[in-house]
Design a protein around this ligand. Structure first.
Ligand code: NAD
Ligand code: ZN
Ligand code: ZN
Length: 344
């Protein structure tokens, strides 16, 4: 009998994940097998399990794109990693490597890109197959649990902050200070920015303050657009919307300073109205941002390895995945849940 592993699978959209015993996959040519030590749970996993987006993953699949573990087997012709290396299997699972986007370090928008825990099985399992050319290399000083949120929440917000083009001393407004946002605050402070944190949850805002936010705004109690404009003397130079709520996107554009940039990160399904006159007349840039390149990954991990950024983690077992996804959907996870596999 072939060896088995535990995995949590989406079998039908909108239904609880099934905990199954399945065969441990064998790495084919150019692939590696990773034994999972930790995997963060991202709000994207909620969208994936519900089938929220126009591009749907093939069913059944194993979600999870913050999986960290040790390389335990190599397929033929693998030279980029060796057995025993500690790696992360991120959202950007692989790309073609030779299109115009890959050549310019924008492999995230490669037409042939595959996505971990979405178009390829991910880290809600004891083993993960990965592409050695696209795994994250985990610095030795960083534990697997601490590294897990960095390989999606960390890289995405670090890259998103760069995409705001805000300079040290300028204001950045971060809308949504959950898994992504609580790391965004720390990256922004490490990058010398002034931070305005916006959320709908008092506990998250209190935490944002502890993490160094210069200004906190509860979007339920006050109009966040007016509050940001008043608190930053004219709007934030950079805005980053991580909230999985459509209302936050129109607000994000409204709180952007003249000639500033509003970076869209959150991915609730749907569309949001854009105040065209204001965007045009104030020369505002609205920009989407999707995780980050492999170079962004190395940089985002370096901040964590140097202790400048640290995810706040609640450890849970794989068997708790459905309760965790439900709490995440309803805003009841304080920062990031990381699934532990009892072997790190
Ligand atoms: P999360 O649930 O941990 O955090 C979301 C936060 O937004 C919570 O603190 C919640 O209270 C807050 N929020 C909800 N409604 C709000 C509102 N109207 N205004 C302000 N704050 C509000 O989720 P997460 O893991 O941080 O992911 C957030 C979103 O980012 C998801 O849609 C996810 O799919 C997306 N995402 C995008 C990328 C990318 O590359 N663009 C990468 C990772 C995640
Ligand atoms: Zn994610
Ligand atoms: Zn490509």
């Amino acid at each position: 009998m072939k060896p088995k592993m535990k995995a949590a699978m989406v079998v039908r959209f909108g239904e609880p994940l099934e905990l199954r015993e399945c065969e441990i996959p064998a790495p084919g040519p150019g692939q590696i097998l990773v034994k999972t030590e930790a995997c963060g749970v991202c709000h994207t996993d909620v969208h994936a399990a519900k089938g929220d987006w126009p591009m749907k993953p093939p069913l059944p699949f194993i979600p999870g794109h913050e999986g960290i573990g040790v390389v335990v087997a190599l397929g033929l012709e693998v030279t980029a990693v060796k057995e025993g290396d500690r790696v992360g299997v991120p959202w950007l699972y692989s790309a073609c490597g030779h299109c115009e986007h890959c050549l310019s370090a924008w492999e995230t928008v490669c037409a042939e890109a595959q996505f971990g825990g979405y178009t390829k099985n991910g880290g809600f399992a004891e083993y993960i197959l990965a592409d050695p050319d696209y795994v994250a290399h985990i610095p030795s000083g960083l534990t697997s649990t601490d590294a897990a949120p960095i390989i999606c929440a960390g890289i995405t917000t670090y890259k998103g902050l760069k995409e705001t083009r805000a300079k040290p001393g300028q204001w950045v407004a971060i809308s949504g200070v959950g898994g992504l946002g609580h790391l965004a605050i720390q990256y922004a402070k490490a990058m010398g920015l002034l931070v305005c944190a916006i959320d709908v949850d008092e506990g998250k805002l209190a935490h944002a303050k502890r993490l160094g936010a210069d200004l906190i705004i509860n979007a339920v109690e006050a109009d966040p657009v007016t509050a940001v404009r008043d608190g930053t003397a004219g709007g934030a130079h950079g805005v980053m919307v991580t909230a999985p709520s459509l209302g936050a996107f129109k607000q994000g554009v409204g709180m952007t300073r003249k000639r500033g940039t509003c970076v869209l990160i959150g991915l609730p399904p749907g569309e949001f109205p854009t105040p065209l006159f204001d965007v045009v007349a104030n020369c505002i840039t609205i920009r989407g941002s999707f995780v980050g390149s492999r170079q962004d990954m190395a940089e985002a991990l370096a901040f964590a390895a140097e202790g400048k950024v640290k995810a706040d983690i609640e450890l849970q077992p794989l068997s708790a995945i459905n309760q965790v996804l439900d709490r995440l959907e309803h805003g009841k996870v304080s920062s990031r849940v990381v699934l532990g596999f009892g072997n790190s």
